[in-house]
Design a protein around this ligand. Structure first.
Ligand code: BMA
Length: 377
């Protein structure tokens, strides 16, 4: 089991030089212990959201929580049809994933359902249900391009038009306000806001979204991230979010940090790495997570494997033979796989799939944590 190396206490060694004309004495070292409280992006964070961060830290000291996108919204051959909800992961293992992922794309357009046909009113209920069960909530946002109306996979330079003073700033602010309203609607039965792990403008190190890679500059991206946080936090008073910085695969620490908006703008750092079957996934994940861990430890931040998976789970023992060797002993708080959309696009097993037995073996490893393992933490 992995012990996470995060510290609230930093130990500072101060070398005190003894000035003397005669033979110089050996330097004396004085140990000073300083309290170093967690610095949240949002100083007005709700108590529940601060507790979520604590919970993630405890999780990271015990193992790696497993998450699944749209776990309770639908699966292979079924759609949500009533509460309590079900999930493919639960159908095959008897337990829910520890983390439940949701996606807000199209909310900004005022649509009733997201780009993957999940109704937003239902989504709110699913988030509140997952929170009540003791699960973790992760939210992504494939925002449509406010300038030309194309979807997230548009490759037009856009960010300059959305920053303060930009031609489409008002439209962007309006988009953010709709998502802010959504977050502010997530109230549990005691009226407290449900804490959410939010990872805006993810996978920016690749060039497939209008906010990333060759479609912007590092500086524009950083400013965009900061201004996004400021809108949610300072303009729209959303105080139930932990912000995540999550590039796609990188080779070096320099590449990893290229778009980093600054310590004041990220509560968690992570990385997305999919297995496309080139046989190098394990090594790539190990190397990348080591880089992310190094940065996280230096900054006193949590880190996570924010998206991963092998589409269609091929080979069928992918979870124990590829996923597990990649993440074990990494120190990541969680690993998160994408959605079970259809028979050509799924990342968690469903009843009858040949990977079920292997997935159960994966789940049974002491350091792999599902809902039952984390709900009381
Ligand atoms: C992608 C695919 C798409 C989906 C999008 C947003 O990776 O799963 O089908 O629309 O994520 O959830």
């Amino acid at each position: 089991m992995q012990q996470k190396n995060l510290r609230n206490i930093s130990i500072v060694f101060i070398a005190v030089l003894m000035f003397s004309c005669k033979p110089k004495k050996a330097d004396e070292t004085v140990e000073v212990i300083e309290e170093n409280p967690i610095q949240f992006v949002d100083k007005d964070l709700t108590q529940e959201t601060k507790q979520l961060r604590n919970k993630l830290e405890v999780i990271a000291s015990k193992g790696i929580a497993f998450g699944h996108q749209d776990a309770t919204a639908y699966g292979i051959g079924w759609k949500h049809s009533g509460f309590p909800s079900d999930s493919d992961v639960k159908k095959v293992t008897g337990d829910f994933p520890a983390m439940f992922g949701f996606e807000l794309g199209d909310l900004e357009l005022g649509k009733a359902t997201n780009l993957d046909s999940v109704n937003f009113d239902l989504m709110k209920k699913l988030i509140i249900e997952a929170d009540k069960m003791g699960g973790l909530i992760s939210v992504s946002w494939h925002m449509n391009n406010p300038v030309n109306g194309n979807n997230s996979w548009d490759k037009t330079e856009t960010i300059s038009k959305l920053l303060k003073g930009g031609t489409h700033r008002d439209k962007f602010e309006n988009y953010v306000s709709k998502v802010a309203d959504f977050f502010l609607d997530l109230k549990d039965e005691d009226g407290n806001l449900v804490p959410v792990i939010f990872r805006p403008w993810h996978e920016m190190s690749g060039s497939w979204f209008w906010w990333g890679g060759e479609n912007t500059t590092h500086e524009q991206y950083k400013q965009f991230f900061r201004e996004t946080v400021e809108l949610f936090r300072d303009r729209y008073n959303v105080h139930n979010l932990l912000y995540v910085y999550s590039p796609d695969k990188i080779q070096t620490e320099e590449e990893y940090m290229a778009y980093y908006p600054g310590d004041e703008y990220a509560d968690i750092i992570g990385i997305d790495i999919y297995d496309f079957g080139d046989g190098k996934h394990i090594e790539r994940v190990q190397n990348s997570l080591a880089i992310v861990k190094k940065v996280a430890d230096e900054k006193g931040k949590l880190f996570a494997f924010t998206e991963t998976g092998r589409e269609k789970i091929n080979p069928s023992n992918w979870y124990t033979s590829v996923a597990y060797p990649g993440i074990k002993n990494s120190g990541a708080a969680y690993m998160f796989v994408w959605r079970n959309a259809n028979l050509g696009h799924f990342y968690a097993p469903y009843p009858g799939h040949e990977s079920v037995e292997d997935f159960i073996e994966f789940k049974n490893k002491p350091d792999i944590l599902f809902l039952e393992d984390i709900k009381g933490l």
